[in-house]
Design a protein around this ligand. Structure first.
Ligand SMILES: [Ca+2]
Length: 162
């Protein structure tokens, strides 16, 4: 029992910061994510962990998935990280990681690009810090592709507060 307690305390003390995203690794399908255009599916044949999200775009256009964070984080700095794979067979514009913030009345504070993910022959890891405005009550993190056609795979997305 004592050994178990020691292991438990060590795990809690050394564990990674809590992921503020729900289902950032897509092991629960698309649960927790909003699809703002595009064909979403969850696949195992190209994944970093278990399953990955696959976004298919047959014609150039705008595709966008997002998730509104449920934890209050105003005034904090977030680290947004994850892995993306952009199909090399297609003509890609950069895929954007963005953040949308609103005040308590749902008025827009800011929509900003945090990171651009470029096409590569393998999984691209990205990580970026973002300061959350003090008046932000609603914070949405998303992935946005514009004027591109092809396939994006995403996996192990994470948002942590410092
Ligand atoms: Ca996964």
């Amino acid at each position: 029992m004592r050994t178990l307690l020691v292991i438990l305390l060590a795990t809690l003390g050394l564990g990674a910061a809590e992921n503020l995203l729900t289902n950032g690794d897509f092991e629960a399908g698309t649960s927790g994510w909003s699809n703002n255009g595009g064909e979403l599916s969850v696949v195992k044949d190209r994944a970093v962990s278990g399953q990955a999200l696959k976004i298919s775009m047959k014609a150039p256009g705008e595709r966008n998935i997002s998730q509104k964070l449920s934890t209050p984080i105003a005034g904090q700095t977030l680290t947004i990280s994850g892995k993306a794979f952009l199909d090399e067979a297609n003509d890609w514009k950069p895929t954007l990681i963005y953040m949308f913030t609103q005040n308590a009345e749902f008025q827009k504070i800011d929509w900003k690009v945090l990171k651009m993910v470029q096409q590569a022959d393998d999984w691209n890891s990205f990580s970026v810090d973002a300061a959350i405005p003090n008046e932000a009550v609603h914070v949405t993190i998303g992935v946005f592709a514009k004027d591109s056609a092809g396939t994006i795979w995403l996996d192990d997305l994470s948002v942590t507060a410092k």
